[in-house]
Design a protein around this ligand. Structure first.
Ligand SMILES: [Zn+2]
Length: 183
């Protein structure tokens, strides 16, 4: 009888551990599934051909990152995402933006007033669609991220990096491996 009680207690403990884990994941499913280890393992195998990029990315990611497309406003998963962590390049895992620099620009895309490291973001004049804009790409893999405008918060940098959600992958603060992050 005593053994049975112990067994029951053990099962109960195992189950309650398990359910608290599941609840934890439910809080922020997307961020919980991405760890810096996954990102770094992926970035070791950088695609070289467009065919390889197509295999790695979803059609929408490919269209934005490799073909300079734009996701529909208010459709991306990060425009209204406020968890603490960093945003890395979806194409190669390079750390691009901190959540601390994210602000609500009401434009329908995730907006940041600065990047983690200027050298990781390349700026190019973009004269497409009858406008003159500054395109921003990942300096590591060349993936199209979005554009930078000078109507950002004046009490910060005055810049607004308007970035497609599909070009980014969010890594929650608790999943950051501090040994791999150099800031
Ligand atoms: Zn990249």
């Amino acid at each position: 009888m005593f053994n049975k009680i112990l067994l029951f207690l053990g099962l109960f403990l195992a189950f309650s551990n398990c359910s608290s884990k599941i609840n934890g994941n439910k809080l922020d499913e997307k961020s919980e599934t991405t760890s810096m280890n996954n990102i770094n393992n992926n970035s070791l195998r950088q695609p070289e051909t467009e065919e390889q990029w197509k295999e790695r990315l979803t059609p929408e990611e490919y269209n934005v990152l490799r073909k300079k497309g734009t996701e529909k406003p208010f459709s991306g998963k990060y425009y209204d995402h406020n968890s603490s962590g960093i945003y890395v390049c979806k194409g190669c895992g390079t750390e691009l933006f901190k959540s601390d620099a994210k602000f609500d620009a009401h434009c329908g895309w995730p907006s940041f007033y600065e990047g983690i490291d200027k050298s990781k973001i390349k700026e190019t004049i973009d004269r497409s669609h009858g406008m003159i804009r500054t395109e921003v790409t990942c300096a590591t893999c060349g993936g199209h991220l979005g554009h930078v405008f000078d109507d950002g918060p004046q009490d910060k940098t005055g810049l607004r990096y308007c970035i497609n959600s599909v070009s980014l992958e969010f890594v929650a603060k608790e999943n950051l491996d501090t040994t791999q992050i150099k800031r």
